[in-house]
Design a protein around this ligand. Structure first.
Ligand SMILES: CC(=O)N[C@H]1[C@@H](O[C@@H]2[C@H](O)[C@H](O)[C@@H](O)[C@H](O)[C@H]2O)O[C@H](CO)[C@@H](O)[C@@H]1O
Ligand SMILES: [Zn+2]
Length: 300
């Protein structure tokens, strides 16, 4: 992790994620696209991911119930993923190690004294507000109230981000988005893998049975990052302890390539939807409707 770079771009976008790997899985192509376009992309990750699984056998001793070093190792994985995405401004909320990965909902790890799930909301939101004051992003991206799939750290990241936006007042971002997947994207994946032995949707009969997925009409933006699908794939590979080659992400990437890895979707939680396309007027740019020139330097 290096010092945050000087802010010289007119366009500034802030991503708030729970663990190292979420930035890539949910928003990697979007981050790479805006970084390549010269926007200032800031990533805030709320925990180090200490309670994660370890899919690299040689590193199994780093597990939380053994050497408890996985969090430190995932800092390096995240650095490599950010490098692949072209993201230079990456921070941990309150500094590396401030909040600990809470583990899956209902586990005793939720009660760890530093578990992010237990963090005081206004205190944690105040730490994120410090970043908002410094960066002054026009756009913020985080999860929906369910944390996209119900993980306590994702739910808490949503709550902290939305509270920070509330506390920010006049310097709050003009637009706040929540990550999303259109249900029809899930359904097309289910159809494609129905006969596959590698079916990531095995045992799931209906897209509605998944803890995520939104009706098309609830989607506000479809960001086409297919030119950055390879960068996202490299960033996925950087998170090797979390995402093994057998993971559904690789299965989907192998079958759909950039059409899957490069297309990312968002719901608009705060602000006005800008000009869009298609039957639901989906934006293709998260800055749509904002008077912030795409490549103008900060001084403009
Ligand atoms: C994408 C994400 O949020 N990953 C989290 C999540 O990981 C899950 C966890 O290890 C669970 O035990 C597995 O069955 C599941 O497949 C994983 O996605 O939770 C971890 C612990 O909080 C977290 O470290 C990881 O980043
Ligand atoms: Zn996560």
């Amino acid at each position: 992790m290096s010092e945050a770079p000087e802010i010289t771009s007119a366009r500034r976008i802030l991503f708030v994620h729970a663990h190292p790997d979420d930035e890539t899985i949910g928003t990697g192509a979007t981050m790479a696209r805006y970084a390549a376009a010269g926007a200032h992309v800031t990533l805030v990750t709320c925990t180090l991911g200490e309670e994660g699984e370890i899919h690299v056998p040689a590193l199994s001793g780093l597990a939380a119930n053994q050497a408890d070093q996985l969090g430190g190792y995932r800092i390096a994985e995240l650095d490599a993923a950010c490098a692949a995405l072209g993201v230079r401004d990456h921070r941990f909320l309150g500094g590396a190690g401030r909040f600990r990965d809470s583990g899956m909902m209902g586990l005793p790890t939720n009660d760890h004294p530093r578990a992010f799930w237990r963090a005081d909301l206004d205190f944690a939101a105040g730490l994120l507000l410090d970043v908002i004051r410094e960066v002054r992003p026009q756009v913020l991206v985080t999860y929906d109230p369910n944390g996209f799939y119900g993980h306590p750290d994702h739910i808490q990241a949503h709550r902290v981000a939305m509270r920070a936006v509330e506390l920010a007042g006049e310097i709050a971002p003009s637009k706040v988005y929540w990550t999303a997947v259109p249900r029809r994207v899930i359904e097309s994946g289910m159809k494609a893998f129905a006969e596959s032995s590698d079916n990531p949707f095995a045992g799931i009969d209906n897209a509605d049975d998944l803890p995520f997925g939104s009706p098309d009409e609830e989607i506000a933006a479809e960001v086409d990052g297919r030119k950055f699908a390879e960068a996202k794939f490299a960033a996925v590979q950087a998170h090797a302890t979390q995402i093994p080659p057998t993971n559904w992400l690789f299965t989907m990437a192998g079958s759909f390539g950039g059409d899957f890895m490069g297309m990312e979707y968002y719901r608009l939680a705060v602000g006005e939807k800008g000009p869009g396309n298609g039957p639901y007027g989906w934006e293709d740019d998260l800055f749509a409707g904002l008077d912030v020139p795409a490549t103008a330097p900060l001084s403009a």
